[in-house]
Design a protein around this ligand. Structure first.
Ligand code: ADP
Length: 165
């Protein structure tokens, strides 16, 4: 069974991530979307919220699981018996960092491959940060994220506004 691990922060999942998950699900027998608990990124959503949003966005894909991890990615991937790490490549701006990570991970675990997939061109400008910025200022993000995320992000900013009063 070929397992691919798609790691990231997913704060929150966007249509770009979902595009990559759909492509991965045709390549691997099983895809694990692995949400990092790394608090350094100060995520807007809790780990559980991020996992629930991923789950509801990809529930139609039977060979996709959602997990969290808080250790070195290659160690986690080895424990799960993964053949490859999956990463999305949007533009050349992603390349340098991704290239470095892929080579470091290969050094740490020589049999673990990194596979890069490109999303549909319409998602190449999309990331979670821009979605949060637009949503925070009441912009329409409905074409960037699935419906569940659209609803949850609105609720989240309303909660935060109330809390700030
Ligand atoms: P990270 O914290 O690793 O940047 P993200 O959740 O932002 O986590 O992204 C996880 C992976 O998904 C990365 O490989 C990233 O390049 C990819 N990705 C993010 N947004 C998109 C998109 N719009 N299209 C394709 N891949 C994407």
């Amino acid at each position: 069974m070929k397992i691919g691990i798609y790691p990231g922060t997913f704060d929150p999942i966007t249509n770009g991530h979902i595009d990559i998950i759909h492509r991965s699900a045709t390549l691997f027998d099983k895809v694990i979307v692995a949400v990092t608990t790394n608090p350094q990124k100060s995520p807007l959503f809790t780990i559980k919220e991020r996992m629930d949003l991923i789950q509801s966005s990809v529930h139609s894909l039977e060979n996709v699981d959602v997990e969290s991890f808080n250790e070195l990615l290659v160690n986690y991937a080895e424990k799960r018996g993964a053949a490859a790490i999956i990463r999305g490549l949007r533009a050349t701006s992603d390349f340098e960092y991704e290239f470095q990570m892929a080579l470091v991970n290969r050094k740490l675990s020589k049999n673990l491959l990194t596979v890069f997939l490109m999303p549909n061109e319409k998602y190449t400008y999309l990331n979670s940060t821009i979605v949060k910025e637009v949503a925070k200022l009441n912009g329409d993000i409905s074409c960037f994220v699935p419906k569940e995320v659209y609803i949850k992000i609105k609720e989240k900013f309303q909660e935060l506004k109330k809390g700030a009063k």
